[in-house]
Design a protein around this ligand. Structure first.
Ligand code: TRP
Length: 449
């Protein structure tokens, strides 16, 4: 085994680490509530179309850049064409901001492991909103989550997380299937199933498309150089084309299962599907109450969600830390501690914006004002990640050049989808992402009146 820069110990290990980065709170927490807020089946349909068009294309693009340049996100772009490191640098900023609020939600998940045993009472929505609005407890959990992330990243990723992912990911999958089964067999679940799988085309608005686009980037860990970094540890025989298919497929499967676990229960218990970030935390405790051994299932489930979140958060932190090490020549330890402290502080603001600071609003170019938590989410999912993806696509299509990328991919793949991929990366991805970005800012409305 090559030890100087490191390579993945096995193909399965790489796939699990990449899937571990992709599968996280985005699938289990965000996807169901976004579907709930954006027309159910309409959102799911748009999401799947965008995964096929963009997810596969950009996943392959990022891994190809990384494997060719053999460096971190910033370094890879810079190595291929001097002066373009800023594309990776942009991703570093996005990752930094995402983790600041991601770890707050990671803390909520830890709280719910504990709450599985203590119970949440009859008013599940009230319990959740009281908890996240309180000034101290969520911040303590946030701190613990950040500290655990930092501890793993300080030690380097290979040993612990690659091994843990290989066990946790399959376990999560099995448990999710069990919960789906309970959820869809509840009395009154049918309405939720219908809501989730029946696309009502009249509900497909530009808002739904924007939400789905942001979610594709977020859930697949695209647009910020993680797949560049992970790809850089791959050898030249690796079949990138296949990987770029498998990772999005598994990620989407978990998201859809999470939707089937949560939305039928929403309708069965007469909750509101559009209630946002609380959805998972409010409906699932109600489902577990209806199950034999519910306490056990609940604790186990939130434990696995916690591991899924952790395997994603370390990938987010790793990009930032690698940047500190390579660009400022910091030690891994110093870089990790430095960024952890900064992220923890921003996260305090995100957490307080759910309660004490809910009146503090940040005006944004789309005409809305957001609390800190929502601002970090909107800024990264709807602007920074798509922008990172757009720049990545343009970089391959028009700066590095498609023939160079194709040559790199063909080292290990038959690349049957070559022609399709070229059209997608050069034209479809840039045009689509650009249009959606314009409409996100409200600029398109102004342009076309
Ligand atoms: N994909 C992860 C999730 O769904 C979150 C995540 C990890 C991420 N790394 C990322 C999001 C990089 C965007 C970019 O929870």
């Amino acid at each position: 085994m090559e030890e100087n820069r490191g390579t993945w110990s096995s193909r399965f290990g790489f796939l699990m680490a990449a899937v571990g980065s992709a599968v996280g709170l985005g699938n289990l927490w965000k996807f169901p509530y976004l579907a709930g807020e954006n027309g159910g089946g309409a959102f799911v349909l748009v999401y799947i179309v965008l995964v096929v068009l963009l997810g596969f294309t950009l996943m392959l693009a990022e891994m190809t850049i990384g494997r060719n340049a053999n460096s971190d996100a910033y370094g890879s772009y810079n190595k291929i064409r001097k002066g373009f490191g800023f594309i990776g640098g942009f991703g570093v900023l996005a990752g930094f901001l995402i983790l600041s609020y991601y770890s707050v939600v990671g803390g909520w998940v830890m709280k719910y492991i504990v709450a599985s045993f203590t119970g949440v009472g009859a008013d599940k929505a009230g319990y959740f909103s009281n908890f996240i609005a309180s000034p101290v407890e969520p911040i303590i959990y946030h701190l613990i989550f950040m500290a655990l992330t930092a501890l793993i990243v300080i030690r380097g990723i290979s040993g612990g997380i690659e091994k843990a992912s290989k066990i946790m990911m399959p376990a999560l999958f099995i448990l999710l299937v069990v919960i789906v089964f309970r959820s869809v067999t509840l009395d009154g679940a049918m309405e939720g199933i219908r809501y989730f799988i029946q696309p009502d085309f009249s509900k497909i608005t530009i808002k739904v498309v924007i939400a789905a686009l942001g979610q594709v980037f977020f859930s697949l860990s695209l647009g910020m150089g993680i797949m560049v970094t992970y790809g850089s540890y791959l050898n030249k025989e690796e079949d990138l084309e296949k990987d770029a298919f498998i990772i999005p497929a598994l990620d989407s499967l978990v998201a859809i299962l999470a939707g089937f676990a949560i939305l039928p229960a929403v309708f069965a218990f007469s909750f509101q599907p559009g209630q946002g970030p609380g959805l998972m935390f409010i409906t699932l405790p109600a489902v577990f109450e209806e199950m034999p051994l519910g306490v056990l299932f609940s604790a186990l489930f939130f434990l696995l969600v916690f591991f899924a979140a952790l395997s994603s958060s370390i990938s987010l932190m790793e990009v930032t830390v690698a940047f500190g090490i390579d660009q400022f020549k910091w030690s891994r330890k110093f870089a990790t501690i430095f960024f952890t402290v900064l992220m923890f502080i921003i996260g305090i603001g995100a957490s307080l914006s759910m309660g004490a600071w809910s009146g503090f609003l940040i005006p944004w170019i789309d005409g809305n004002s957001y609390g800190i938590f929502d601002f970090l989410d909107v800024l990264t999912s709807y602007y920074l990640l798509p922008l990172g993806g757009l720049m990545g696509a343009i970089f391959i299509g028009f700066i590095w050049g498609v023939p160079n990328a194709v040559k790199e991919i063909k080292l290990g793949s038959a690349f049957k989808t070559e022609k399709l991929w070229i059209v997608l990366i050069k034209f479809v991805v840039p045009v689509l992402v650009f249009i959606i970005l314009l409409s996100t800012t409200g600029l398109l409305d102004r342009l076309i009146g």
